[in-house]
Design a protein around this ligand. Structure first.
Ligand code: SF4
Length: 460
């Protein structure tokens, strides 16, 4: 859960990166950072907080140059401390390399132990640092070869941007877990996790950085390398389907598809599988909005927004006591009593993780006077953790990991609970159906996972 933005050959690169990160803020709110090559050296600025809190005009003025990378972070591996903010810069052999990483490696701990035995000294608890050390170790063979060595060695999810002197480098794991798109701006190039970043700055979307591709953009133009092309490998395409369900912005293209219609298809398919009579359909905003539109259009039921979201709730430093815990629910979403009183409602949301937030929200809908509540989720039960960059808890904490649908319905104290089927989910993504990861629903991980890495590396 991170957002990447890179730019090459455009004046005021840091300013564009700032705007790019702004539109990727939904991918991570813990820290933000920009590294820029000023013609002689790499300068960087990063801090904990939102993009608007971390940067101001004065700071951006101190980041001159035409090549830059930026990162917004939501920590999955390594704790939320400034040391773990990215881009992460390392000096070696009188050179500096800056890295920005989206995804999680599943064998990082093992590689880290080996590198430490070889005398490598680590500065952070992030799995991303393993990649930099592997590049540094192999750089004497050449940049492409060094990155190829990394790709041969590490397993898991990585969409990566590197800034190395005046080169902007992007590479993506051969499974393709996390998105990465290439665009053009004023004769230069831009790369971003999602194309919504291109729209904001007026860049044109060209194509995705392909799974297994190394893309080096230098003053000689962009050049692509495919170290695994034509070789027999075990890699199977594993685009994270959760990007479509919840994570990516609906105006973005990811994996070459626009998110909006796919999210709407999820709602249409929910109606096909679970057609209900009710007074209206409503989303839990914003996560259920587009699937609710799909359900409403397929069913003919009116769409209401009977829960109002306060868009100005940021991070709160006051944890409400147990006694006033309802405040934290209502602070973000407040039900409209006038619309809900004595009504039978279909409520759509994207997913159920621990179940506690949904329980509180559903309780407030009941208290607002709803007569019957049908709660529909636009994805199957999440039963297994994700090791590829989405911060789901362990199976023991996932409500569907331990309980049947009927048990969950009783816990939520509602009339109907329905989860979209795997087939309904796959149908919604069309021709990507054979290329997606479903591991959090099925437990069938496309990459062998070293289960020790998460705990151990976070405690280093
Ligand atoms: S396990 Fe789930 S969340 Fe993780 S990459 Fe696969 S589909 Fe996405």
């Amino acid at each position: 859960m991170c957002g990447l933005f890179g730019i090459f050959g455009v004046k005021e690169a840091a300013n564009y990166t700032y705007f790019g990160l702004y539109s990727l803020q939904h991918r991570g709110q813990e820290s933000a950072g920009i590294a820029v090559y000023d013609g002689k050296k790499i300068r960087e600025w990063k801090n904990l907080g939102l993009v608007s809190e971390v940067f101001n005009e004065e700071i951006l003025k101190e980041l001159p140059g035409e090549v830059a990378i930026g990162h917004v972070r939501y920590s999955t591996t390594g704790s939320s401390i400034l040391q773990n903010a990215q881009p992460f810069c390392v000096n070696f052999a009188k050179k500096t390399i800056a890295i920005a990483h989206n995804g999680n490696l599943v064998n990082a701990y093992q590689i880290r132990c080996e590198l430490e035995e070889d005398g490598h000294i680590f500065q952070t608890t992030m799995d991303s640092e393993v990649i930099v050390h592997l590049i540094a170790k192999n750089l004497k063979k050449g940049l492409v070869e060094a990155i190829t060595e990394v790709m041969k060695r590490v397993r898991g999810a990585y969409s990566i941007l590197l800034l190395y002197e005046d080169n902007l480098i992007a590479f993506r794991d051969p499974w393709g877990f996390r998105p990465l798109a290439l665009g053009m701006l004023n004769g230069g190039y831009v790369i971003a996790s999602e194309t919504c970043a291109f729209d904001l700055i007026g860049a044109q979307y060209l194509r995705d950085v392909k799974p297994g591709e190394i893309l080096i953009i230098s003053k000689d133009g962009p050049k692509s390398y495919y170290p695994f092309k034509g070789k027999k490998t075990k890699f199977q395409r594993s685009y994270c389907i959760f990007e479509f369900i919840y994570f990516a912005r609906p105006d973005s293209y990811i994996f070459s598809k626009n998110v909006y219609p796919i999210r709407k298809n999820l709602g249409k398919n929910l109606y096909k599988e679970c057609p209900l009579e009710a007074d209206f359909v409503m989303p839990f905003p914003d996560s259920g909005n587009y699937a609710a539109i799909g359900y409403s259009q397929a069913s003919g039921l009116p769409l209401e927004f009977a829960m109002i979201r306060n868009h100005y709730v940021g991070r709160t430093f006051i944890q409400p006591s147990q006694k006033i815990r309802d405040i934290s629910v209502k602070m973000k979403l407040n039900p409209v009593k006038e619309i809900l009183r004595d009504k039978e409602v279909v409520i759509i949301d994207d997913s159920l993780v621990r179940g506690t937030t949904s329980k509180n929200r559903l309780k407030s809908i009941k208290e607002a006077g709803a007569k019957r509540i049908h709660f529909l989720l636009s994805c199957p039960p999440i039963k297994y953790p994700c090791f590829f960059g989405i911060d789901f808890p362990s199976s023991a904490e996932l409500i569907a990991g331990r309980h049947s649908v009927e048990e969950i319905r009783k816990y939520l104290d509602i009339d109907t609970l329905y989860y979209l089927s795997i087939e309904g989910l796959l149908d919604a993504v069309g021709d990507l159906r054979d290329k997606v990861c479903l591991a959090c629903f099925t437990g069938e991980y496309p990459v062998e996972v070293d289960f020790s890495f998460r705990k151990d590396i976070a405690e280093v």
